[in-house]
Design a protein around this ligand. Sequence first.
Ligand SMILES: NC(=O)c1ccc[n+]([C@@H]2O[C@H](COP(=O)([O-])OP(=O)(O)OC[C@H]3O[C@@H](n4cnc5c(N)ncnc54)[C@H](O)[C@@H]3O)[C@@H](O)[C@H]2O)c1
Length: 306
Amino acid sequence: MKILVTGGAGFIGSHIADAYIELGHDVTIVDNFSSGREENCNPKAEIIRMDITSSEIERLFEQKQFDVLNHHAAQMDVRVSVNNPKYDATTNILGGLNLYEAAKKHGVKKIIFASSGGTVYGEQQEFPANEEHPKNPLSPYGVSKLANEHYLYYYAQEHRIPSAILRYANIYGPRQNPHGEAGVVAIFAKKLLAGEQPIINGDGLQTRDYVYVGDVVIANILALKDTMTGAYNVGTEIESDVATIFRNLNEIIDGKCAEKYGEAKAGEQRRSVISYKKINKETGWVPTVDFREGLKKTVEFFKSQS
Ligand SMILES: NC(=O)c1ccc[n+]([C@@H]2O[C@H](COP(=O)([O-])OP(=O)(O)OC[C@H]3O[C@@H](n4cnc5c(N)ncnc54)[C@H](O)[C@@H]3O)[C@@H](O)[C@H]2O)c1
């Protein structure tokens, strides 16, 4: 199949592009390289440096006649979205619409969208949250992800373009950007390896659900099937707190760093964990990489980079 992976120079998108190429698909990557990196890009992919909001997008769809749009490009920093909701919406909402309109016009048969199970539900009432949980996002980023989900419902109903919406928990693994505000595993691993002191925000007992990037790639392979449509959580149903992540990484690396706590981040969600029963029931997907094993793989990657 001819597949466009937006954000294919980034952390998750680059692993998906690799897997699709491995399976024999013809992959094009569109990325503006705002956080993506050349070295993440598979040399067998066609790489196009373009912003998803660009008016050139439509011409690209016309030329290439993609079968599938796998949409991972985004402004993905929650705090940036809080400080600048218009900027977030320009990339995440208008950029998405620019792609979906081009997809509609040029015969795309399926859309796969990276949504966020960590933000669309807001402060959870049930643990783990299933797909029916009320959706009350508490950040412009979460609102933008949910808006894309609603638009994709519209394109599915009115224009017969089916979509698979993958609501990711917190993804970690090789190639995650350690310099951003998000991605505690990458940030802590990189600092510990450099002999720097990571700071645990607040009491360190805030929890998230961590999924290894390789398991997310499997969900994106399954999502190519016609039968997989609608919204699916991609999580592990396991909550891990930040202080425990610090201790695990510290132990894996050399056990030499003391724990240091800083200010709690205002407005930070306390707990987040999502159910994977739906995707499991329909496709058999399960998280296969245990957290400690995934942390070791991530540390190995950052070691090889330093
Ligand atoms: N990492 C997570 O834990 C997580 C969780 C939930 C959802 N997601 C979603 O998964 C997707 C990928 O996230 P990631 O962690 O790989 O982040 P990332 O920053 O590594 O990847 C995003 C990519 O999109 C590109 N990009 C950004 N704005 C663009 C634009 N306007 N035009 C073209 N390219 C642009 C960046 O250069 C980057 O390569 C995002 O949509 C994100 O919201 C990630």
